[in-house]
Write a new protein. Structure first.
Length: 703
């Protein structure tokens, strides 16, 4: 895996090849760092800037600035390198409105590059990934022949069997015919073992083939590689590409395997991760907080953890959230728990709360529509335009109203069941949003065996191997008096039972059935790795399964009186650590003064503050003069680090630009970093910082 480059730095080619591997693994941040290392030692290396442009595939404006630099230095690249630079430059030198034409031109340019340099398998790899990428995002260029693209991949693999293009082969066949990429799934991780995404991608293939043990193994490996990287580089989880996606899917696959404990722990781990207003919020599409909340609610319901549901919804794990889209699933879980525990009055209270929410949502919808109508009329829109505007303005609220109505209908059916109204319960159950296998068991309790049979059968047809639907099917068949079919289904369940928690209620109920069939009380069977899975290391050697706070680097720095201040001075206490850029930075002034004004709040929260400056000791006095009001000293120490040693140690430093960065860190009493923000701007949301510090310090108090 290489593209020969011209570089005056002796390590230039090695770093370039490393960057190529990172590009193939979609590890764009680290790829740019690799290419930047070359540019730092050899500023005239054109291909270093090409690499930086490639590493910003998802950031075209930034990529364009790098490719322009590469273009200006093409005399320092070979003919081969110039072809790569020209191909990327032509693609980026265009308008977004011409995107489809630009994409088609890039594919042709890559083909020409292959024609001119037929031994270059990297060009073939980039052609394959662009074909796939251009087919998956608008404006799409559909793949004309998957077989033709696979043939191109086979040329790469024939020359270099462990090329990371196995990654692209998985993407190619993932949604078309997953079994075609089995051999690539077995090899991919070893083409880039330091890249968590390369451990993750085989999980796509194994999940599609219902091989949940194999999928979970790879997703667990990915999580561990990610966590090891975070520990080493002191990163927060949601700073990592695809991190939350991998781990929520891992939680799902553990659920598919009946591994209640591991699934629950992973969901709570996602919820426990440090939160950040930009990196990890409940509204973030692929953030830990959102995924963890969704998955925890899902697991509690599917494993019938009703007491735990009520406990967790009354705690910070599943705290109330004002926005209906996040709160309604929580209320539904509470309602289901009360139903399953036979708490009729509590269920009625949940329904009353939902009714109030529905009325408020309707009022909000009417208000928004009224305002939209008034505005449209003022702008003298046509009647049909006004009607369309009004309808569109109320769409979001209408969706929430519809969702509330569905949940109300479901829970009203539950209440009817508790009241003994079988007909009403059955009518509501037909529209239930619960999983089909769980709904089948409800039909059993209401006496509709025929409906229970058809629903549970649909969940286990073909090669489906999910433990919970199989367990429910066994129960249904047992109630139907079909022992032979129940035994066959039990045999299927046992084949995928290696991780089942036997004390989980859906499986504990199977114990008398298992005994009647002559199975032992522990009827699970060990997992046998398929021959096509390949050799795998012990996953425990790859890193921790959950995020762990890294140790904070030690330091001893002088204050303005030249007295030493050490991190060890704060042993046994939490600490808010601020890195600021000296007395000349007005943004730093705003942050330090804002913290000083909130001294009582930080003290009440038990949060000492220490600020580290790029100033010299002599300049710290100027900080006091410039930053403090009425000549008062700051209510927290300022220390000097003009060499920026601690800035570099904590990562609050741009090593390529040689500039210090603003940094805000929360350290726990054991000297571990629980939270951080590193940016060109200081962190100013102090309410968030104090609240999140409370949460994280509680969660990690017993670590």
């Amino acid at each position: 895996m290489t593209i020969p480059i011209k570089s005056t730095w002796e390590h230039g080619q090695a770093y370039f090849d490393q960057g190529l591997g990172q590009l193939h693994g979609f590890w764009y941040y680290e790829a740019e760092r690799s290419f930047r290392q070359i540019a730092a030692h050899d500023p005239k290396c054109a291909m270093a800037y090409w690499g930086m442009a490639m590493a910003n595939w998802e950031n075209p404006e930034r990529a364009k600035s790098f490719i322009e630099k590469a273009n200006a230095l093409t005399e320092n690249a070979s003919k081969h390198g110039q072809a790569y630079i020209a191909t990327q430059a032509k693609y980026l030198d265009g308008k977004p409105s011409d995107e489809k034409a630009r994409r088609q031109k890039m594919l042709r340019d890559l083909e020409n590059l292959i024609h001119n340099f037929p031994d270059d398998i990297e060009a073939k790899a980039f052609l394959v990934v662009r074909i796939w990428q251009f087919s998956s995002k608008s404006p799409q260029i559909p793949i004309g022949s998957h077989e033709a693209v696979d043939a191109l991949l086979q040329q790469i693999i024939a020359k270099e069997p462990m090329h990371p293009a196995h990654h692209y082969r998985i993407h190619l066949w993932d949604n078309r015919k997953a079994e075609r990429a089995i051999d690539s799934a077995a090899k991919l991780a070893f083409t880039g073992p330091g890249i968590a995404h390369m451990w993750h991608m085989p999980g796509h293939i194994y999940s599609k083939l219902h091989r949940y043990e194999d999928a979970a193994w790879h997703q667990q490996a990915s999580a561990r590689v990610d966590h090891a990287h975070m520990l080493k580089h002191r990163l927060l989880p949601d700073q990592i590409h695809n991190y939350a996606h991998n781990n929520e899917w891992l939680s799902r696959n553990w659920m598919n395997l009946g591994n209640r404990t591991a699934a629950l722990e992973m969901a709570k781990s996602l919820l426990a991760n440090p939160r950040h207003p930009k990196l990890n919020t409940v509204e973030g599409k692929a953030h830990s907080y959102r995924y963890g909340r969704m998955r925890l609610i899902n697991i509690l319901e599917k494993f019938e953890l009703w007491d735990e549901s009520l406990d967790l919804t009354a705690s910070e794990w599943l705290e109330p959230i004002e926005k209906p889209e996040y709160e309604i699933p929580r209320l539904r879980l509470i309602g289901l728990a009360h139903f399953e525990l036979g708490r009729k009055k509590d269920l009625e209270q949940v329904l009353a709360g939902l009714d109030t929410r529905s009325k408020v949502a309707k009022e909000d919808q009417e208000k928004v529509q009224s305002e939209a109508k008034a505005k449209a009329e003022k702008e003298k829109k046509k009647p049909d335009e006004i009607e369309k505007i009004v309808k569109e303005s109320g769409k979001k609220a209408g969706q929430q109203i519809d969702k509330i109505k569905k949940i109300q209908a479901e829970l009203e059916g539950c209440l009817a069941a508790l009241n003994g109204d079988k007909d009403a319960a059955l009518k509501a159950l037909a529209k239930s949003t619960r999983p089909k296998h769980a709904t089948a068991l409800e039909y059993i309790s209401l006496g509709d065996l025929e409906k229970a049979d058809s629903l549970s059968a649909a969940e286990v047809t073909g090669d489906k191997r999910r433990a919970l639907p199989l367990a429910a099917r066994i129960e249904v068949l047992h109630h139907l008096g079909k022992p032979e079919e129940a035994r066959k289904c039990f045999d299927r369940l046992r084949k995928v039972s290696s991780q089942i928690d036997l004390d989980a209620l859906p499986f504990a109920r199977l114990l008398p059935i298992a005994r009647s069939m002559g199975f032992p009380d522990d009827w699970t069977q060990p997992y046998v790795s398929p021959s096509d899975f390949g050799e795998r290391p012990d996953v425990n050697t790859l890193g921790p399964i959950h995020w762990e706070p890294p140790s904070a680097p030690s330091f001893t720095l002088p204050d303005q009186k030249k007295l030493p201040v050490s991190l060890e001075n704060y042993n046994g206490k939490p600490l808010v650590l601020i890195f600021y850029l000296g007395y000349g930075c007005l943004h730093c002034s705003e942050q330090l003064n804002a913290i000083a004004e909130r001294t009582d709040d930080f003290k009440a929260a038990g949060l000492p503050v220490l600020a580290i400056s790029t100033d010299s000791v002599a300049e710290l006095a100027k900080s006091q003069e410039n930053y403090s009001a009425d000549g008062k000293s700051f209510p927290f120490p300022l220390v000097a680090d003009p060499e920026k040693t601690s800035f570099k140690a904590y990562g609050a430093h741009d090593d390529f630009e040689e500039d210090a960065l603003h940094g805000t860190f929360l350290l726990d009493p054991k000297g571990r970093i629980l939270w951080s923000d590193i940016s060109a701007d200081p962190f100013m949301d102090l309410d968030f910082l104090i609240k999140e510090s409370h949460r994280l310090l509680r969660l990690h108090a017993e670590d």
